[in-house]
Design a protein around this ligand. Structure first.
Ligand SMILES: *[C@@H]1O[C@H](CO)[C@@H](O)[C@H](O)[C@H]1NC(C)=O
Ligand SMILES: *[C@@H]1O[C@H](CO)[C@@H](O)[C@H](O)[C@H]1NC(C)=O
Ligand SMILES: *[C@@H]1O[C@H](CO)[C@@H](O)[C@H](O)[C@H]1NC(C)=O
Ligand SMILES: *[C@@H]1O[C@H](CO)[C@@H](O)[C@H](O)[C@H]1NC(C)=O
Ligand SMILES: *[C@@H]1O[C@H](CO)[C@@H](O)[C@H](O)[C@H]1NC(C)=O
Length: 888
């Protein structure tokens, strides 16, 4: 017996250790007669995990569904002392748990009933006590007994919760009999059940005769707690929402035993049921109408009741207030307070507030549903008005933005429409319109020109006093021009006269389209009109000037320089211009005029320019070339171009000139007188000066090199004259020295000696060739433009002749160097610096000299050159052609 008890307890312990997932006891109160399908109870399987469970009833009269519901299979009559069976719960791992089910028809603690452990059970069924029991206490509950009492004298002891742990002292046991007693009231909501332990002890040795047993006391629920509201009770719903729209859910709890009628709450509304309804079991409030209107009532307080026992009259209840707030939608357009508005405004005034137009809007203030936006739907075609919204009062502010004219419009009839920023919803009404009448008030105004800007077309050069137009003004009030006087305000060229009484415009001056006062063919004046009351008005007259062919083409640059270059005849570009417009202007035609026509030719004519070039080689001089230039209409005049042909510097300008072409007759005479005086002086020198040539070193301003300058006595017949060979050798050397200083030195020399050198040439001519050779060369260089080319030619010829003679006598080496020099020089240099070759000629040839050339003299005797070899032939050709040209 002890072993069995132990085994049972062990099994019990194992099961406890295996942590049963189900409650171990179910005690159900049932009617005496059970119909099939009757739900006895339900096994709570929540603790058994997700795996599949097998539930088997030990009694075939009952079946267990997978959710744990225990159902009656056939009709059963429950006996007085109840009926018991168990349910095996097997999980997927093979673990078994057992649930005892006890059915009873009445619940009564039988004093005699002994809580005994049947063999097939491993624990005694729990027993229950009522909560809130009023006593009297102690109250007997049940008896416990151990099987070991058969073999031993035992006494019982209990400990654990309800005995030695809180709630301490609630239960006690009578040690001898095992009678359990309860000593006070228990609150189920505090202790839903209490499990303590019972021990059986041997009276003799106080040893436990059996393993201790857990005793479970279930506290039976009484409906002693009313439901409580547990969630927020403030709800918001849009006005005019559809019927059935969920407003919110009322939450409530009940502390009594869950899943019983004690906690089955029914929700109900005590008022406001015409507008809202509540779902009895869930507490969800819905709109019962689609007519909720925020503008009627913004808030509804709903008296809400929650009652347990599923609303039965014996149920406990609570009431609360659910507050439903309606949110705004734009279901009201702004409305005008009057059927028409009237205002007035002075004419000619702008940016004035004319009217304040109030509106009403029932929607929520300061929201887009309330804020008005105004629009002028009619009558503002000219843009005179503008309407804005007063942000504070929501009024429409009607402004005049463009001045009105009373003379044109006495009243302005506008249609205004007011909208909201948000569109209208949930309503059939539309945006409202209102007519507005604005009276324009008259003001006495100054005269007005019939057009603010008058455009007149006038031909240029019309005679003084021509009537070109009339510009009149009228009084806006009277529409009459009577007694209005006209004056000019601006007229930069004083070209126009305004007739004071008539407003006629007449030319006062020649109107010239080409005048600088005219821009884009337009000359404008402003005119003022003054009425009798001294009020004024102004207007502008734009005079469009039509072109007349009153200008002939002219040459823009009549002074031109033509650089003379041997061989290539240069040209100058002649450009012409006509101040008139097309077709009185280009393309121009160019023609040469006068007796010089054959000397020049015109090439490469474009519409506005032509190239002028000499028809043949012309000597350096200033030429007046008459050219006839005509415009497209054939109008034109002869124009003179002055062309200076000259030797140019590299920059293309003429070399510096020393004698003005402007020298008159008197100048020439004065010059001749000077020359005469110099001649006398020179003659004097011939006698006075020493026979020895002095060298004079001169500072060279041009390139900083030292130079040598022969004194003016060079031309004098000194010792050198007596011995021609010797003279040339020494003077030649001197010249070489100076020429080393550079090409400009000769010029400098000549400048220094000025007219004197020149005079010598004139005087001595070919007779004194030995001396004046220097002078000749000098003149040659200097005299371009000063003396005519004929003179130049003569000089040149002499020089050529002498050169030829010299060559003949000189050794081949000298001539080679000379030729190399000539070839190396550019044409321009050759022409400019003709003196320098003579300087070189002296190099390495003290014996040979130019001086000897005079002995031969005649160019016709050049035939001997044939014997000189090819190099000389070339040179000879050059020389011959030059001398022939020069001789012409
Ligand atoms: C009591 O003792 C008898 C005889 O020894 C034995 O057969 C029986 O099982 C015991 N009972 C218990 C409950 O131990
Ligand atoms: C419901 O009753 C409460 C309390 O009497 C009241 O304040 C509330 O306005 C009522 N609600 C309606 C919709 O009549
Ligand atoms: C018009 O008069 C102005 C001066 O009054 C005079 O200079 C001009 O030449 C005149 N023009 C004509 C076309 O008569
Ligand atoms: C010149 O006048 C013409 C017509 O009168 C106009 O179309 C054009 O824009 C004007 N040009 C300028 C630069 O004012
Ligand atoms: C009149 O001419 C002046 C310059 O001559 C010019 O600045 C002005 O803009 C013109 N007025 C009109 C209206 O064309």
């Amino acid at each position: 017996m002890l072993q069995v008890f132990c085994h049972v307890l062990l099994l019990l312990l194992t099961c406890f250790y295996a942590e049963s997932c189900v409650q171990q006891h179910i005690e159900a109160q049932v009617p005496k007669m059970l119909e099939p399908g009757y739900v006895v109870s339900q096994v709570n399987l929540n603790g058994c995990g997700d795996g599949p469970l097998e539930l088997i009833s030990s009694d075939p009269a009952f079946t267990v569904q997978t959710d744990g519901t225990i159902l009656v299979v056939w009709v059963i009559v429950v006996p007085r002392d109840g009926r018991s069976f168990w349910i095996t719960v097997q999980d997927h791992t093979g673990h078994n748990w057992f649930v005892d089910v006890s059915l009873s028809t009445t619940r009564k603690v039988s004093k005699n009933a002994v809580l005994k452990r049947a063999k097939r059970r491993w624990s005694p069924p729990p027993f229950s006590i009522k909560e809130n029991d009023n006593g009297p206490f102690p109250k007997d509950m049940e008896m416990i007994a151990s099987d070991t009492s058969v073999n031993y004298s035992v006494y019982y002891k209990i400990n654990g919760p309800g005995v030695t742990e809180t709630p301490v002292g609630l239960f006690s046991v009578v040690p001898k009999s095992g009678l359990l007693r309860v000593h006070g009231t228990v609150d189920r909501e505090q202790y839903p059940n209490i499990v303590f332990r019972a021990h059986a002890l041997n009276s003799y040795n106080n040893q436990e005769t059996d393993d201790s047993l857990p005793i479970t006391v279930i506290i039976e629920d009484e409906n002693d707690n009313a439901p409580q509201f547990s969630g927020p009770m403030d709800f918001t719903v849009q006005e005019r929402c559809a019927m059935g729209t969920v407003v919110g859910k009322v939450e409530a709890t009940d502390r009594d035993e869950p899943n019983t009628l004690h906690t089955k709450i029914k929700y109900s509304l005590k008022n406001g049921t015409n507008l809202f309804s509540i779902d009895g079991s869930s507490g969800v409030i819905t709109a019962a109408t689609n007519m909720l209107d925020r503008e009627t009532a913004e808030k509804y307080i709903l008296e809400t009741e929650i009652r347990d026992m599923n609303g039965a009259s014996n149920g406990l209840f609570n009431t609360g207030r659910a507050v439903v707030t309606l949110s705004d939608i734009n279901d009201n357009p702004p409305t005008f307070t009057q059927s028409q508005y009237k205002g007035k405004v002075m004419e000619n005034k702008a940016n004035l507030l004319v009217l304040r137009i109030p509106v009403e809007d029932k929607d929520l203030k300061n929201t887009p549903n309330w804020k008005a936006v105004y629009e002028i739907t009619k009558g503002n075609e000219n843009g005179n008005f503008e309407i804005k919204t007063d942000p504070i009062t929501n009024e429409g502010l009607l402004y005049v933005t463009k001045p009105l004219d009373y003379e044109k419009q006495q009243t302005a009839n506008l249609d205004l429409m007011a909208r909201n920023e948000a569109p209208l919803v949930g309503t059939t009404s539309t945006w409202q319109k209102v007519p507005v009448e604005i009276a324009v008030e008259n003001e006495d105004e100054g005269p007005e020109f019939y057009a603010p800007v008058l455009v007149l077309k006038v031909k240029e050069n019309v005679p003084n006093g021509t009537l070109i137009g009339t510009y009149t003004a009228t009084d806006p009030e009277t529409k009459s021009s009577k007694d209005i006087k006209y004056y000019k305000l601006t007229d930069r060229g004083s070209w126009i006269n305004v007739m004071e009484n008539t407003g006629e415009l007449k030319t006062a001056m020649t109107i010239d389209r080409e005048s600088p006062l005219v821009y884009n063919n337009t000359y404008n004046i402003t005119v003022k009109a003054v009425d009798t009351s001294q009020k004024t008005g102004t207007g502008t007259v734009l005079i469009l000037i039509e072109d007349v062919n009153d200008n002939v083409p002219f040459i823009t640059k009549p002074d031109q320089v033509l650089c003379s270059k041997s061989g290539t005849g240069g040209s100058v570009l002649i450009e012409a211009k006509d101040l008139d417009q097309k077709p009185y202007s280009d393309p121009f035609t160019f023609e040469l005029e006068g007796e010089n026509a054959e000397q020049w030719k015109l090439t490469g004519a474009t519409g506005t320019s032509v190239m002028l070039q000499p028809a043949k080689e012309l000597p350096n001089d200033l030429y007046q070339v008459p050219i006839l230039i005509k415009d497209l209409q054939g109008n034109g005049e002869e124009q003179k171009v002055s062309v200076r042909i000259c030797d140019c510097t590299n920059e293309g300008v003429c070399m510096p000139q020393h004698f003005s072409t402007a020298l008159g007759v008197w100048g020439v005479l004065a010059m001749l007188l000077g020359l005469l005086l110099l001649l006398l002086l020179c003659l004097l020198c011939i006698f006075v000066c020493s026979t020895k040539g002095e060298k004079l070193a001169m500072a060279d301003d041009y390139d900083g090199n030292g130079g040598m300058l022969l004194k003016s006595n060079l031309e004098a017949p000194g010792e050198e004259v007596k011995d021609a060979m010797l003279l040339m050798s020494s003077t030649g050397a001197d010249i070489i020295d100076s020429s080393k200083g550079g090409g400009f030195l000769e010029q400098h020399t000549i400048m220094s000696s000025n007219g004197a050198t020149f005079g010598q040439k004139q005087t001595y001519g070919s007779g004194m060739y030995q001396n004046n050779m220097q002078g000749l060369m000098t003149t040659n260089t200097l005299s371009s433009g000063q003396y005519n080319t004929g003179m130049y030619g003569n000089s040149y010829k002499k020089h050529s002749t002498m050169s030829t003679m010299d060559m003949w006598r000189e050794s081949g080496i000298q001539l080679d160097s000379k030729l190399a020099y000539f070839r190396g020089e550019t044409d321009g240099r050759f022409a400019d610096d003709i003196l320098r070759p003579y300087g070189y000629e002296g190099v390495g040839s003290p014996a040979g000299s130019v001086g000897c050339c005079s002995i031969l003299g005649e160019p016709e005797s050049l035939d001997f050159l044939d014997s000189l070899g090819p190099k000389f032939k070339t040179l000879a050709d050059v020389c011959t052609s030059k001398s022939q040209r020069g001789g012409k």
